[in-house]
Design a binder for this molecule. Structure first.
Ligand code: SF4
Length: 210
C-alpha cells in the first residue's frame, strides 16, 4: 500500500472509530495484566463476564497470590484454557509480589519472565500503558493486514514487523485498536461486509474475500 493510501486508511479508521481503546474492562495495572492474560485465545466479551467476580474476590496481587487454585478455576471456567490460566494467574501474582514489589513490571523482558505472559501479552500491556510504542498483532489485525495489502507475513511477528515499518510509531496504538474494531464489526473473518466498508476504495481485497 502506497503512502497516500496509508494516509487515507489512517483518516478513514479515525473517522469510523474516534475513541480507540481496549474493549477489556479494567481499572488499574493489576486488572489490565490479569485481563490481558485471560484474553489470550478468548474474546474480550467473555473476559469481561468473569472479571467482575474475579476482581471482586481478589482485588490485588496480594490476594490473588494467596488464592486457592480450585476457587480461581471455578470463577474463570468459561474462559478457554481456564485450568492453565488459573495456575498462571496465581503464579504471576506471586512473581509480581516476590520479584517486583507488587508492581507490574515495565519492560518486555521482565513481563515475559512471568508465567503465562508471552510477547504479545507484554506488547499489549506496554502499548496500552503508553510505556513503549508497540503494534501487537491479534487474529483481526493479522487478517486485515493481509486483506488490505499491508503485509504478507506468515505469522504475527512478521506482520508486526511490516506494520511497524509501514506506519509512524505515534500511530501504532490507535491503529492497533481501530483495526481490531474494524475486524470485529465490518471486515469479519467469514463474511467481510465490503459493500458497506469505508475502506473499499483502497482495499485490494474488496469484494474478493471469502
Ligand atoms: S473492503 Fe472488504 S476486505 Fe477490504 S477492509 Fe473492507 S471489509 Fe475488509
Amino acid at each position: 500500500m502506497g503512502p497516500q493510501k496509508k494516509k487515507t486508511l489512517i483518516s478513514a479508521l479515525a473517522a469510523l472509530y474516534p475513541e480507540p481503546r481496549s474493549e477489556l474492562n479494567f481499572a488499574n495495572h493489576y486488572q489490565l495484566l490479569i485481563s490481558v492474560m485471560l484474553s489470550a485465545q478468548c474474546t474480550d466479551k467473555k473476559v469481561n463476564q468473569v472479571t467482575p467476580e474475579l476482581f471482586g474476590s481478589y482485588s490485588s496481587f496480594v490476594t490473588l497470590s494467596q488464592a486457592k487454585l480450585k476457587d480461581v478455576e471455578r470463577i474463570i471456567r468459561p474462559i478457554n484454557y481456564f485450568k492453565t490460566k488459573s495456575k498462571n494467574l496465581i503464579a504471576t501474582a506471586k512473581g509480581v509480589m516476590e520479584r517486583f514489589g507488587g508492581e507490574v513490571p515495565e519492560t518486555q523482558e521482565e513481563l515475559t519472565s512471568l508465567p503465562g505472559v508471552g510477547n504479545k501479552t507484554a506488547n499489549v500491556i506496554l502499548s496500552e500503558r503508553g510505556i513503549v510504542p508497540a503494534f501487537p498483532v491479534d487474529t483481526h489485525i493479522f487478517r486485515l493486514s493481509h486483506r488490505l495489502g499491508l503485509s504478507e507475513g506468515k505469522n504475527p511477528d512478521a506482520v508486526e514487523k511490516d506494520l511497524r515499518k509501514a506506519f509512524p510509531s505515534s500511530e501504532w496504538r490507535n491503529l492497533h485498536h481501530r483495526l481490531i474494531f474494524h475486524g470485529r464489526r465490518v471486515c469479519k473473518a467469514r463474511s467481510p461486509e465490503c459493500s458497506v466498508c469505508s475502506l473499499r476504495k483502497i482495499c485490494p481485497s474488496a469484494g474478493k474475500s471469502a
